[in-house]
Design a protein around this ligand. Structure first.
Ligand code: ADP
Length: 147
């Protein structure tokens, strides 16, 4: 059985994240959306708020689980028996970061492969940072949050 971990900050979970998760669900038996918690970094939303939001989005799918984790993604992947790591690529900056991260994770956890999915063209501009900026300025972020 294939189990993909989709790790990220998800502060908040955007339409771009949602698209990657839905596409990953077509490729893998199970998808674990894993909210990485950095105790030194205070986000806009708490880990519990992010988890509740994502769980509500995927309430209809029994193949999706939402978790929070601290520490290394590879350690989390080991703990859930992940076969793959899924990440999204919006641009060249994402590529250089994600490629290096994939290599590092492969060196630490050789049995787990990273699958990098290019962003949907209409969602490549969406980022959690942009959504937080819109929300902080009192704007309507709905089009950036769900498709
Ligand atoms: P992190 O802080 O770990 O990068 P993010 O929540 O910002 O966490 O992103 C998680 C993953 O989703 C990353 O691989 C990122 O490149 C990808 N991603 C973010 N926004 C989009 C988008 N609009 N389309 C596709 N992938 C995206």
């Amino acid at each position: 059985m294939s189990i993909a971990a989709f790790p990220g900050s998800f502060d908040p979970f955007s339409a771009g994240h949602h698209d990657i998760a839905q596409r990953a669900l077509r490729m893998f038996d199970r998808l674990v959306i894993a909210i990485g918690v950095n105790v030194e970094k205070k986000g806009l939303y708490t880990a519990e708020q992010r988890k509740a939001y994502i769980e509500a989005l995927f309430a209809a799918s029994d193949r999706v689980e939402v978790c929070t984790y601290e520490g290394l993604t590879v350690d989390f992947c080991k703990s859930i028996g992940a076969t793959h790591i899924v990440r999204g690529l919006r641009n060249a900056a994402d590529f250089s970061f994600e490629y290096a991260a994939a290599q590092a994770n492969k060196a630490m956890l050789p049995d787990v492969d990273t699958v990098l999915l290019p962003a949907a063209p209409e969602l490549a501009f969406v980022s959690s940072t942009l959504i937080r900026d819109v929300l902080k300025s009192g704007g309507d972020a709905a089009p950036l949050l769900s498709k």
